[in-house]
Design a protein around this ligand. Structure first.
Ligand code: SF4
Ligand code: SF4
Length: 59
């Protein structure tokens, strides 16, 4: 499942917009967070993030 590298996220919200499952929300630090219980691992957020800070562990 994808996770967000917290230091690089700009809080732009693009990943939230493109996630088909609404699995992504902004936390109190205005950084994107992925709910691993909702995410279906489609990979759209990884492709779309302009900062390239969403990744799968081990990749
Ligand atoms: S698209 Fe990338 S930079 Fe923008 S909020 Fe999502 S994780 Fe952060
Ligand atoms: S992998 Fe797909 S379902 Fe999971 S957070 Fe990213 S866009 Fe949403």
């Amino acid at each position: 499942m994808p996770t967000v590298r917290q230091e690089g996220c700009s809080g732009c919200g693009v990943c939230m917009f493109y996630c088909p499952e609404e699995a992504i929300s902004m936390n109190d630090n205005r950084v994107a967070e992925i709910d691993q219980n909702i995410c279906i691992d489609c990979g759209k957020c990884i492709e779309i993030c302009p900062r390239g800070v969403i990744f799968r562990a081990g990749e």
